[in-house]
Every structure is written in C-alpha cells, then in structure tokens.
Design a binder for this molecule. Sequence first.
Ligand code: AHR
Length: 791
Amino acid sequence: MRQIKIMQEEPYKELGDLYGLFFEDINHAADGGLYAELIQNRSFEFCEIDRKDYHALTAWEKSEGIVWEVRDISPLNDENTHYLHVEARPGGFVRNLGYNSGIYVEAGKKYDFSVYARLADDSGSKEVQISVMTDAGEIHARESFSICGGQWRKYQIVLEASKTTWEGRLVLAFLEEGTYELDMVSLFPQDTFHGRPGGLRRDIAEALEQMHPRFLRFPGGCLVHDGALDDKARNSMYRWKRTIGKVEERPAWRNNWGYNQTLGLGYYEYFCFCEDIGAKPLPVLPGGFNPHKGEGVSLSEIEPWVQDALDLIEFANGGTDTKWGALRKELGHERPFHLEYIGIGNEEIGEGFFERYPYFHRAIREKYPEIKIINTAGPFATGEGYDAGWASARENDSDLVDEHYYSSPEWFLANMHHYEDYDDKGPKIFLGEYASWGNTYYNALVEAAYMTHLERSKAVALACYAPMLCNVDYVNWKPDMLLFDNHRILKTPNYYVQKLFMCHQGSQAVRFEMRGFEEAVSLVEDTDITGQITVEGNQVEGLIWDVRIQEFGRGQKTEAGDIAVLEDGIQKSGRERNAEAGDIAIKEDGQIHLLADVQSGHYKLSFRFRRTKGRKGLKICFGRKDKDNTLLWEFGGWDNWDCNITSICNGRGSTISHRIFHVEEKEYALELEVDGRHIVTKVNGEVYNDTIQGVPQLEDLYATASTEASGKKTYLKAVNLTGEEKEVEILLEGKERNSAAVSVLRDRALTAVNTFEEPDCVAPVEEVWPVHGNRLVYTFAPHSVTVFSFE
Ligand code: AHR
C-alpha cells in the first residue's frame, strides 16, 4: 500500500505569510465592485481619457422638462471640477443607471444617500424627491428633502428599501421649477463590510475574509505603473498620496483598464481593509518608470517618488507625532497599520526600471531596515525581464522578488519542480501573480498541485493568485478568482483551492515521506516538436524572402545544404539543394503562410524579413498542429517589445522564453532551430531565445505537510490528478492525533465550472475521520484535492 509518513516534529521551512491575496482594480473590481458605491459617475467627472465613449453624463439620463449641462464654472473644489447644472420644470428628473443591470437594493435595508447641491439662482428652498425605482416605474425606496440657498452644501438622507430589486435607478425628481446644481451624488448600503460608512460590499469582502489571507497585495498590477509621470495628469500612474482624504477631494483618474477610478477605495481604505480581514498590507508603488511606454522620470527628479515610499511607511507605521502618522490619526486610525512589506514596481522590464530601483531600495533600507523590500521580475516565468529582476534583486539585496506568470495547465504540469533548485539564501520568491488559464475544476486541481510545491520550496515566501475579482459585465481579464454582478457573488473552483490552502497553511512545513508511489508519467507521446511551420504578420506589412528549411536526423549537426524542403509552400525533399521559395508578401493579419509541414525532430528555418508598414513584427508558428496547439515565435510582439517563444496548448499560451526586442524598418535575418524540445532563435546571427519546452508530467500524488506552531494541528494537503482512486496509509510520527477534519474537492468532471445558476457545483465537502494510533488509511478520490487537519 502507498504510504505517507509525516514527521510532525521535523520542520524544514517557516511558512510565515505564504498565502495571500492580490487586489487590482481590473474588471471593475473596485468601482462597481468591492467599493460599495451604487452610483456610477457620481461626480460627473467621467471623460474620454478614461474611455473613448465616456463623457461627463455617462450613466445619467434625464426626463422631459429638463435642460442640463455639465459645468465647471464654480466647482465644489479643485479636484472635483465638474458638476451638473439642471434647469427643471416641476416633476422633471435626472436619474443614474448604476452598474450592471442597475442599482441593487434589498427589502428592509437602509441606504445612505448624499449629494452636494445648491440652487443656482439662490432662490430660497426647493423640494427634491429621491427614489430608487425600476424602469417600469416600481418604487423601491423614496424620500424627499429641500435644497436651500446658492452655496454648495452636503445633504444626507437615509432611504429604506421596501422591496428588493437589482434593476433600480436612482431618480432625483425636482418638484419645483428651478435651476439646480448637483455634485457627488452618492448612494451606499449601510450594510457594508464591518459596517464602515461609505465602505465595502459586504458579500465580496466577507468571501475574501473567510479565506484568511496572510497578506493583501494592492493596488495593482499594471494599474500601478501604466500611466503618466505627472501625478496631476488624468492618466497618472497610481500615486498613493492622491488617494487619501475626503472622497470628494480625491482626483478623478483614468483606470488603465479602460474605465474611470473614483479612488473612493484609496490607500487608507486598503489599509483598513487589510486590518479588517487580518491580512498584512503589501502595497506596490511605481518605480518612476512606465514599461508600457519605456518612459521614466529623470534620475535628477526621482527624489519625490522615493519620498512617496518613505512617507507611505511613515503613514502606515509612524508615530502620531510624525507628519504622516499624524495624518493617519486625523483620518481616523491612531494605531499603526504595521506595514512589513513594500513592493517597488510591477513586472517592469527594461533597464529604465532597474536604474531607478536602487534609489528606492537604498532610501528605504537606510531609514526603515526592518521593512522587506520587493523587487520585480517581469511578466513571465523566464527570460530577459526575469533574469534582470533577479540580477537587480541580488545586487541590491532585495528581500523578495515579485514573479508573475499566467500559463496553461500543461505548463504547470511540466514545471511543478520549478523552484526546487532555487537558492533559499538570497532574495525569496514572492509569486505575486499566477494562474492557469481557466476557471474549470481541472485548472483548480492543477493549481492546487502546484501549490503543494510552492509550499515545499524553501525559496518561496509569498504567493497569491491573480486577478482576484471580476464584475462579470465588465471583463478585462480572464480567469479571475471571485466573480460577481451587482447582487451576487460566484466563488470559482480556483477560489476554493486558494481558500483551502490559506485556511490550512500552518506555521511550518514539516518533513514527510512518500513510499510505494509510482514514478511520474509523461503526458505527451511524441516528445519532438513536429508539425507545420507558418508565418503571418502581426499588424504589419512587409516582405519575407530567402526562405530555407532544413531537416536533420536527431542529434545531427545543422549544416546548410543537407536537406532542402520548400518551394512555394509545398514540401519537397532532396539532399543537394536549399530551394528558395518565392518572396512572401505580408499583408493582412490572419493571412497565414504555410512554409512546411515538418516531421523530423531536428530542423532549421531561416529567412529574411523587412517590415514596410505597422508597428509590430511577425508571428512564426512551428510544431503547429492547429491554431490552438502550436509553438509561437513572436518577433516584435506585445506592442513591439518582445521576441518571445510561447507554447500554446488547447488555445492557452505559456511564455517559455522572453527577450526584449523592437522591430524596426530594416532587413533582418531570422533563424529558428528546433532539436527535440530544444528551441533556439537567432536574429542577425545573435541568439535571442534559447529554451527547452518542458514535458507535462503527472505525478502519482502531490502532497505537502505542515503544522501549527502551537502544536494544535497538523495539516496534510494532497492532490490526486489522476483518474484513479489512491489508497494510502497515513502515519503521523510524534504528537498524538485522534481525529482528522477533512475538506475535499472531488466527484466533478474536469470541465466543471461554477455558475450563478449552480454556484456550488465545485465546492468542498467536509468529513471527520477518526485516527487510531496515529494511523489512518484513506482513499483519495480520482481528481481530488484533500486537506486533512489532524488534531
Ligand atoms: O493580473 C492582470 C495583469 O497581469 C496585471 O495588471 C499585470 O501585473 C499582469 O500583466
């Protein structure tokens, strides 16, 4: 029988803050999401910089009898420069559409309405009626109040909903003829998370709290660095100092994911949220460099950016006798927030960032040696950005390196032991963003298997799935962990896996032995990369010529003239010649030119290319079975920044080699050589990519064991990715245990997903098993995640 023996008294790794969460305002995660504001465009600040089709009246409508315009003549304050000017006949109204299908109110619950308003003609006092009602005219809540005088004044009214709807509109009806001006029209449920006024949506926040995350990384993601260097710019990078204080005095900013961010959920709220859910805050600040544009603040002007980082630490931890600590107290939080980590940069690539990072690092280290500083290693699990991040981290003595990757399940299966030989003495790994492409049960299982290895590797200190939240009607990125609309949340299988691992993390990993298990099996029959070679333009026009394809026997040296293959896209063979194909004109995207169908395991492609139009380069596929199963060499990919190799499996890509490269309008000699799973590309004779495509493998069982420092509990997490039951004898050495609480994900098709209609299709079941003599014989279900909590 297979056996797992857990040595409860033999810890080998402190687990510390291993499992946490990553919040980014992507997919309307904040506005229209976690931030519970029900009004969209509450301060009439939306504009086309946020999104092409946005304007100051986005999400607002008016009735007959209303003449309106958005003005900026005498605004509420310098940040909130637009307001609504309304000339109303009696009974005329304006209304806000909210997010998704509308405004959600629940019968019996109370809502805080507020508005800044004045009478433009200063004509005494006029009555306004506020209602939450549907398009069909059904009233769900109604109150009225009077606007008095010509000065901005805040009006606050509590509405109580008599009936439930998620298709409500907030209607402001002007009962008297007059000229009204409105700003910051706001409606919040009183029933927010931890009852904080103007706070967070309770259902979403509670689902996160229930995970017991050890840390929360925020506020992004690309949101942090994708923007202008000027913090007064509409499309500024995320600068924390501009996100605190009175909400009506926070600037309106473009969110780089194509919408507006009110910043109502700002740094102070993030810190409070961390405290509320018991997670350590892990803020990420921009490093004064925008990798999307390759533009950075000049080194002579970097001081304020560095000061931002120092001031943030003071804001979080400083005494109330310090400038920023005093501000924290003034905002309502006298006690410190106990900041321990700070990230500089988010997956930046390019020298521009690494030139700037040391300025931040030195200043923080000197003033706050106790703070752990996190460097960043690009958007892939490998390649030039990755190596540069690690080199910088080692050189500067960063405490952690933030790694990000989104890959196919097959990549994860091929890379389970990714961190096995990482040095655990240098900077530690913060896996700040990762996910396998998809929200199926299978994705969640594979992620769980990967997490057993994250937990076991001494080099990995922190890890969080990404992205965390997604409003299903405003999707920027898939997959995500927790989905929602305006009135429901949906926990994905991936959420449940994360939660299981977080809730059963333990304080230290302990040694365990697995006996009688089978060797890992390969999931691919043919380990050679064979199939079509094709080429297409990537938003460019240009010319390809001098195409040569040579095939060799395995292990044979590459020599020109061995076997020639191609003429006009038709494969031919013959020892003595390198036939030249006709020139290939690259024109429309999607026009794929088939160069050959290669069946040998060792081959070489070479050609020349010149771009004549457009900004990017070429997509060269090889080992192509179909468009969803291929290897892809992107020459000038992602905004013309990359020379990458991506392995695409069932339509899901994993970048397995990355180099920075910008294609210019000149001639290039391109070369690709594939030998077995070894892939090498050359540009003008220089090696650009040199990588090995890993073979996905299936282990008999994936497992990890840990204990609580208190000694109260021992955990065993095990993932069975095979389709067979596995009977295993579990032995516990050391402390006596009498029972095991077991949480299991099982009995679901690999393709199963959770939906609003069937939200708990994939959800853990709980069992309790007796343990006799520190021994338990347990049968792991096929395709299952099982977590034991021995007591
Ligand atoms: O998580 C979504 C995005 O992926 C993040 O903004 C970015 O850091 C990464 O590229």
